[in-house]
Design a protein around this ligand. Sequence first.
Ligand SMILES: *[C@@H]1O[C@H](CO)[C@@H](O)[C@H](O)[C@H]1NC(C)=O
Ligand SMILES: *[C@@H]1O[C@H](CO)[C@@H](O)[C@H](O)[C@H]1NC(C)=O
Ligand SMILES: *[C@@H]1O[C@H](CO)[C@@H](O)[C@H](O)[C@H]1NC(C)=O
Ligand SMILES: *[C@@H]1O[C@H](CO)[C@@H](O)[C@H](O)[C@H]1NC(C)=O
Ligand SMILES: *[C@@H]1O[C@H](CO)[C@@H](O)[C@H](O)[C@H]1NC(C)=O
Length: 366
Amino acid sequence: MITLRWTITPLLLYLLSSATSSPVSISTSAPPLLSQISPPSPVPTILPSPPSPSLSAPPPTINQAELTEKAKCPLTMSPSTLVVRFGDPVTVNCSLRTLGFPLLGWEVSLASPAPTEGHFLVWSVDKMTEWSINPMCWALTDQGGQCDINLPLIVFKPPDSVTLSLLNHTGPMMEGNEYTLQCTVQGVAPAEKLSVTFYRGQTALVQTRTSNNTEKEPVNETLTWIITPSKEDDGAEYWCEATLKLGPEGPRHPPVVKSKRLTATVLYGPQIDCPPKLRVKEGESLECAVRGNPQPLVTWFRDGEAVALPAHSNREHAGYYTVSAKGLREKNLTVMVEVLPGGGAANSYNRCFLLAVLLFQTLHWL
Ligand SMILES: *[C@@H]1O[C@H](CO)[C@@H](O)[C@H](O)[C@H]1NC(C)=O
Ligand SMILES: *[C@@H]1O[C@H](CO)[C@@H](O)[C@H](O)[C@H]1NC(C)=O
Ligand SMILES: *[C@@H]1O[C@H](CO)[C@@H](O)[C@H](O)[C@H]1NC(C)=O
Ligand SMILES: *[C@@H]1O[C@H](CO)[C@@H](O)[C@H](O)[C@H]1NC(C)=O
Ligand SMILES: *[C@@H]1O[C@H](CO)[C@@H](O)[C@H](O)[C@H]1NC(C)=O
């Protein structure tokens, strides 16, 4: 059981990490690209005319033409991408690298500053109070053309709570049955960046990502993991941990919220640890380890009759016995008891003899 678990876990982690790595790269690269390409951002009212396409070269495709225009756009943002906690302040400086652009402005749904004729314009917010915000900085050319750049911005919020429970189950679990651990993360944003890890004690069982939920506002997410408890899991503590993977632009210590621990009670057994042939030395007691949850009630039978086990066995105790254990189920095991001639006394004689020889030799050397 233990070896199986150890071979399966790394494989699962590998599979999951490879499965999750591709959505990560897609989701991080896709939004900026999309927003750069998407044309329908409303033109600021001050603009005299929409951007005029270049006359000399007919654009092969809109995308390429726009990308070329981006490359020529002499705007710089500092910082160039932003990860901000909901409610925190934001300050971004958009500046021109070259002259010849008479007007510079921000297009943003929150605290948009008035356009300037200067070479930089700062967008500043005391408290970020929007979840989905796409700030854009634009510049107007002498010819009436426009160029703009977008600010990739992630607004995040750590979860209000993280709880671990068993799906549709309360009370003790049965060994060998399947159960679903359910990690509920409440009030987290953005869902796309959420990662949940299930633990048993200090060991990570699996790290999973959320569905492709693109909601920017706080959501409740539930992730599940199926376990098949064995007797070794009786008393084990399960828990889960929610992390927002915000990348290098995110906070130095990414938000992590842990659930409370859920102590597993696993019913199993009885398990009778007794060899079919039980050898005891004369004078020693006869016993077998019986384990189980609930604690099994053990009765020994000899020739169909319940017997008390001898504390000091002698040769008359040899024979066939039935160990009957009543716990979660009833289990019987027949064992043959062999009583070996008392070795205890002989052993102590030998030890005395050895000691005497050592003592004699020591005296001899002195
Ligand atoms: C904005 O950036 C420009 C160019 O780097 C710089 O000259 C200007 O001082 C910056 N403004 C602020 C308020 O940081
Ligand atoms: C859990 O219980 C609910 C309601 O009792 C039921 O609708 C749902 O199908 C159950 N889920 C599973 C996985 O058994
Ligand atoms: C992810 O999105 C695709 C397309 O929108 C959808 O078909 C799929 O069911 C989604 N997956 C999950 C796990 O929600
Ligand atoms: C998340 O769950 C809480 C508690 O059940 C509820 O009050 C809240 O409305 C839920 N939020 C969403 C976005 O479903
Ligand atoms: C176990 O052995 C006892 C004594 O021989 C007997 O009464 C009982 O029925 C047996 N139980 C099972 C499950 O075999």
